[in-house]
Write a protein that binds this ligand. Structure first.
Ligand code: ATP
Ligand code: MG
Length: 202
């Protein structure tokens, strides 16, 4: 047998084994349920991943809700795209970044009133997907009661998916979640002096 033929045969055997392994795992995954996904870590890509799932969900005709707990000073493309979509209820906290407001009392009041929208979505079985963007900071800063938030997520309708984003997700959020991704920062253009870029950053 030529070297190339041997290599092709080895490749075929390896791919067959891989396919058996993957098919076996697929066959074992039989549970259908609402997932809790946590996207955390210091790297870029948490919110944009959550909005990627929103795009998928809307593409499938699923009803979705978005609550953004920190509003940036720039107008996000995802908000422009989805806020008037008939399948999406979109709520944004009225204040800016916490280090811009520098007003703890006002931030707490804004967090609590914004949470009411999240709580309503987490009770509504007609809402298939709920995105809680930058929720982790509300817990880190103690703006929202941790037990209240955890209980609302835990007792949501069984088929409802919930996606939580933000740095430093707490142990409790991570333990409760079904899927957790930690986005690591390998590089970020910002540290090379590059301004936020429309479409990529917001
Ligand atoms: P994105 O919304 O792009 O997915 P993210 O949700 O992971 O980012 P955030 O911490 O919410 O990250 O930051 C939002 C904004 O800050 C984005 O414009 C993003 O490019 C920028 N950013 C994200 N990570 C970093 C970082 N490590 N250093 C500086 N800027 C960052
Ligand atoms: Mg984000």
């Amino acid at each position: 047998m030529s070297t190339s033929a041997e290599r092709n045969a080895r490749h075929k055997r390896a791919m067959q084994r891989k396919k058996e392994h993957i098919d076996g795992n697929i066959a074992k995954a039989t549970i259908d349920k609402g997932l809790m996904v946590v996207l955390t870590g210091n790297g870029k890509g948490k919110s944009s991943s959550a909005f990627g799932m929103l795009a998928r969900s809307v593409g499938h005709g699923l009803r979705s809700g978005v609550v953004q707990f920190i509003k940036g000073t720039w107008d996000c493309g995802e908000q422009k795209l989805f806020q008037h979509h008939q399948l999406v209820d979109f709520f944004v906290m009225a204040t800016g970044f916490t280090w811009e407001t520098q007003d703890r009392e006002a931030d707490i009041a804004a967090a609590e009133s914004t949470w009411q929208h999240a709580a309503a979505l987490l009770c509504d079985p007609d809402v298939n997907v709920v995105i809680l963007d930058e929720l982790t900071y509300m817990l880190t800063y103690g703006y929202l009661d941790k037990e209240m938030v955890l209980h609302a997520i835990e007792s949501r309708p069984p088929a409802q998916h919930v996606v939580v984003t933000g740095r430093n997700a707490s142990t409790e959020l991570i333990e409760m979640a079904d899927t957790v991704s930690e986005v690591a920062e390998t590089k970020h253009a910002f540290y090379e002096g590059v301004k936020v870029q429309r479409g990529i950053d917001y």
